[in-house]
Design a protein around this ligand. Structure first.
Ligand code: PMP
Length: 283
C-alpha cells in the first residue's frame, strides 16, 4: 500500500513519524474517514468541513488547504487502485522535539493519509444485522471533536467482542449517547425515528445528517431526543450509521431481541436510499 505523509507518497513501511509527535504522546490529533465507492469519495465535503471545525477547536493549523487534502485523497485512491473502502486522514499537532503539555508555538502539523480496502455495499452485517451490548460511556466531554483519543471506544468494542457481540452502545446518565464508532437510532412501535440531538455529547455524524434529511423526504417522523436502553429493548427497530457502514441494522441489544430479530424496514429503506444517493453524488 502507498500512503501519504507530509508531502510524500511512500510505501507504508517507509512512512515514519517522530516519537515526539504529539499525536503519539498526547493523542493530540484529529481524523476523518471518508467512504470510497467506485473509486470515488462519498460526502467528502461534510468530512472536510468537520475536519476544519475539529482543527479550529484545538487550534491546529491545517498543514495544507482542504482542497489540497482532497487532491491527496484522490491521488491516493488512484495510486492504490482503491475501488471500495475508506480513506483515513489524520492531522496531529506535530512534534516540538520534546514533551510539554502546552501547545508549542512553531510546530508543523503532521498529515497522514492511508486507504483501506473494504466491502461496503455487500456487508453481511447489513443483511443479518448486528448484536450490541450497552456499556458506560467513559469518554471525555468533547465528543463533538473528532480526536484520535479513542481508548474508551476501543475498550467498549473489546468488551463487546469478549461478549461475542458486534459492538457496544454507550450510556451516560441513563441515556444512550451513541455507538462505539457510530451514531445510534431506534424506531418506536409507532414508527418514529429517534436519535440523540446534536451536542458536545456525541460526534456530529456526517452520515447522520444525510440520513435525517433522507428520512424527512420519506415523510418518516423524526424525534431528536434522548432515549434509554430500556426504550431501545422495546423498539420496533434499531440501527447505527457511520461513513463506512452507512446503515447497519441492530437486531439484539443486551440479549433482548429487537422487533422480530431481523433488520427493520426503516433501516433497510434508509440504507438503500443512502447508498443510492452516495453512489450518485460520490466524486
Ligand atoms: N460517532 C462516533 C463516536 C464515531 O466514531 C463515528 C464514526 N467516526 C460516528 C459517530 C459516525 O460519524 P460519520 O457518519 O461522520 O462517520
Amino acid at each position: 500500500r502507498i500512503v501519504y505523509l507530509d508531502g510524500q507518497y511512500l510505501k507504508e513501511d517507509e512512512a515514519k513519524v517522530s516519537i515526539f509527535d504529539r499525536g503519539f504522546l498526547f493523542g493530540d490529533a484529529v481524523y476523518e474517514v471518508t467512504a470510497v465507492i467506485n473509486g470515488k469519495l462519498v460526502d467528502n465535503e461534510g468530512h472536510m468541513i468537520r475536519l476544519q471545525r475539529s482543527c479550529n477547536e484545538l487550534q491546529i493549523a491545517l498543514p495544507v488547504p482542504l482542497a489540497e487534502i482532497t487532491n491527496i485523497q484522490k491521488e491516493l485512491i488512484k495510486k492504490n487502485a482503491l475501488n471500495e473502502g475508506g480513506i483515513y486522514l489524520q492531522i496531529s499537532r506535530g512534534s516540538a522535539g520534546d514533551r510539554d503539555f502546552g501547545y508549542p508555538a512553531d510546530v508543523k502539523p503532521t498529515l497522514v493519509l492511508f486507504t483501506q480496502a473494504r466491502e461496503l455495499l455487500n456487508s453481511p452485517k447489513a443483511t443479518k444485522g448486528m448484536k450490541v451490548i450497552t456499556t458506560e460511556d467513559i469518554r471525555w466531554k468533547r465528543r463533538d471533536i473528532k480526536t484520535v483519543g479513542l481508548l474508551a471506544p476501543c475498550m467498549a468494542k473489546q468488551a463487546a467482542i469478549e461478549k461475542q457481540v458486534d459492538d457496544a452502545w454507550l450510556i451516560e446518565d441513563g441515556y444512550i449517547t451513541e455507538g462505539s464508532s457510530n451514531n445510534a437510532y431506534i424506531v418506536t412501535q409507532d414508527g418514529v425515528l429517534v436519535t440523540r440531538p446534536l451536542s458536545n455529547d456525541i460526534l456530529h455524524g456526517i452520515t447522520r445528517k444525510a440520513l435525517l434529511e433522507l428520512a424527512e423526504k420519506e415523510a418518516i417522523k423524526i424525534e431528536e431526543r434522548l432515549f434509554t436502553a430500556e426504550e431501545a429493548y422495546q423498539a420496533a427497530e434499531a440501527f447505527v450509521s457511520s461513513a463506512t457502514t452507512f446503515v447497519w441494522p441492530v437486531v439484539e441489544i443486551d440479549g433482548h431481541t429487537i422487533g422480530d430479530g431481523k433488520p427493520g424496514n426503516v433501516a433497510k429503506k434508509l440504507r438503500e436510499i443512502y447508498i443510492e444517493l452516495a453512489t450518485k453524488t460520490a466524486e
